[in-house]
Design a protein around this ligand. Structure first.
Ligand SMILES: Nc1ncnc2c1ncn2[C@@H]1O[C@H](COP(=O)(O)OP(=O)(O)OP(=O)(O)O)[C@@H](O)[C@H]1O
Ligand SMILES: [Mg+2]
Length: 311
């Protein structure tokens, strides 16, 4: 694989509103192909951090780089899906998915004055939209309008809409929060499929396609869908300065066919509860920030676990 810049690099980012300090010296590096869950108490600054990454609300201090490029405003390298994403009601699923490509690849004068070329381009965009709907397991819904889709199906369309622009990273802000349990589980499985595809791409020497930062308040979900959990919290030894990353550890990798055995999550869930959510447990902010060290230890003892897992 060619040497790629990290999908996301947050360098010493701090943010505050008036006197209220929200984010305190946040550093975070996410490599292409990682699926990272971000958890933390309500109001700790998760959405503020996502807005800094998205470029809509730059941080007061520090820098965000996506694919090695400093983020100066919203750009196509970062996609986002919210809990209640509203699709365009008057467009079918495939036209909703193709919408970003249309804006990105053609202007109105081009569409009017170069109609034959536009038709050809449009046919290719619609082919891509169908391909991305297939990736989110919605091939059969191409021609349906949002009101004909369930909440879970609409979220799949929203995710396809973000992915089709091939962003370096997709941010999911509590994307499954409004869904019932069974629907939520089927969307979690979709993320596990994406991770397996990433592992296969790495094995082929390609850059993996799906890099995801998912905010969730469901700790089981975080451990299940992600290969890494990051905890943001102000319950640490410099609390007055704002939230810091107080937890950053790998988590077990499940394949979509594995039984969902919640018992396997218990230990890490309890550790997360204590390290990130317990206001009475004040520790050094880096006590559980060990992801890169643990990864290096794993690789030196058993070869590359990511590649081993893809077999
Ligand atoms: N525009 C703003 N002006 C002033 N304070 C703000 C503003 N936006 C957010 N805050 C404050 O910053 C803190 C972090 O908010 P943020 O929305 O990032 O939290 P969060 O971790 O996403 O919470 P939740 O889990 O409830 O979504 C909160 O205390 C919030 O009240
Ligand atoms: Mg939020």
């Amino acid at each position: 694989m060619t040497e790629e810049a990290p999908a996301l690099e947050i360098r010493d980012v701090s943010h505050w509103f008036g006197d209220f300090r929200v984010l305190n010296h946040i550093d975070l590096r996410i490599e292409a192909g990682q699926i990272v869950a971000l958890v933390g108490p309500s109001g700790c600054g998760k959405s503020t951090l996502l807005k800094a990454i998205l470029g809509t609300h730059p941080p007061r201090e520090g820098e965000v780089l996506v694919g090695g490029e400093p983020v100066r405003g919203p750009n196509r390298n970062v996609g986002i899906v919210y809990q209640n994403y509203s699709l365009f009601d008057f467009l079918t699923a495939e036209k909703n998915v193709a919408f970003g490509l249309k804006l990105d690849q053609s202007s109105l004068p081009f569409r009017i004055f170069q109609y034959p070329r536009w038709r050809k381009l449009r046919a290719e965009q619609m082919r891509m939209a169908r391909e991305y709907l297939r990736r989110v397991h919605l091939a059969e819904a191409c021609g349906k309008y949002p009101h004909e889709l369930s909440g879970g199906m609409r979220q799949r369309v929203a995710i396809a809409q973000a992915l089709i622009l091939k962003p370096k990273i997709v941010l999911l802000d509590e994307p499954f929060g409004a869904l019932d349990e069974a629907t939520r589980e089927s969307l979690q499985l979709m993320l596990l499929h994406f991770y397996q595809e990433n592992l296969q791409a790495i094995q082929r020497g390609e850059v993996p396609e799906y890099t995801i930062l998912i905010v969730t308040h469901e700790l089981n979900e975080a451990i299940y869908v992600a290969n890494r959990v990051v905890g943001l919290s102000r319950y640490h030894d410099q609390a007055e300065k704002g939230a810091m990353i107080v937890y950053d550890r790998p988590c077990p990798i499940f394949s979509p066919d594995d039984p969902r055995d919640v018992a396997q999550f218990i230990e890490q869930r309890e550790e997360l509860r204590r390290a990130v959510f317990d206001p009475n447990y004040i520790k050094h902010h880096q006590k559980y920030v060990t992801f890169w060290k643990e990864l290096a230890d794993q690789e030196s003892s058993v070869g590359n676990p990511a590649i081993d897992n893809a077999n």
